[in-house]
Design a protein around this ligand. Sequence first.
Ligand code: DC
Length: 231
Amino acid sequence: MADRSVRTAPLIVAIDGPSGSGKSTVARLLARRLGVPVLDTGAMYRAIGLKVLACGVSPDDREAVIAISESADLELRPSAYGVAVVLDGEPVAERIRTPAVTEATSRVATYPEVRRRLVELQRGCAARLGAVVEGRDIGTRVFPDTRHKFFLEARAQVRAERRHLELLARGQEVGFAEVLSDIERRDARDSERQDSPLRRDASYVVIDTSELTAAEAVERMVEVIRNREES
Ligand code: DC
C-alpha cells in the first residue's frame, strides 16, 4: 500500500449496505488495519431518533423532528480508533440500540433537512482525518468522489439471524419472525426514500457476506484498496 506519510489527501473508504450486512464489524476491523478512525453514520441518525423519542415527539411529526435535529447539540469526538457520537455532551453509547430507537430512526432518516445537517458533520470530520465511513449513502452522496467504495450485502434471512443474535446478546427478547419483518420493512424505507436512498452503482465493489467471516471480508477489501492505491 502507498506510504500514508506521503499521502496528500486523507484516505476515505465508503461502506454502504443494508442492516445486518456486517458493515459495523467489517468497518471497525478495516479501520484498524488501515490506521484511520471509523465513523458510524447510522449512530448519528440514531442520536436524532433518540432525541426525538426523549422529547416525546412522534417521528412522523416532520416539523418537530426537523426542529429537534437542527437544534440538537451533536458532536463527533475522535478517539483512538473511532469517532464517538456525542449528544448533549454525553456519548450516545448503547442507548441508541433499542428497538424503539431503531424504528424511530428509520423514519427520521427520511427527512432531507435531517440528512443535510448530518452529512455536513460527516464530511467535516472524515475529510480532516480520513476514515472508514459506514452508512447507506456514503459512496453516493457523502463522499461520491472517493475511489474506495464497498457495498456489503447478505441474504435477508442471514441478516435477520445476525440481528436476532445481537438483540438476544443484549438481553432483548424478541422472536426471529419479528426481526425478519422489521429488517424487511426498514430495508424498503431505506431504499425507497426520495433523498439519498440506499443504492449502489458500478463504482462500488460488492461483497456478499452471507458466507464470509468479517475477517475474510476485510481481507478482500484490503486487497482492493491496496491495488487501487498502488495503481
Ligand atoms: O446502520 P444503522 O442500522 O445503525 O442505521 C440506523 C438508521 O439510519 C437506518 O434506518 C438507516 C439510517 N441511515 C441512513 O439513512 N443513512 C446513513 N448514512 C446511515 C444510516
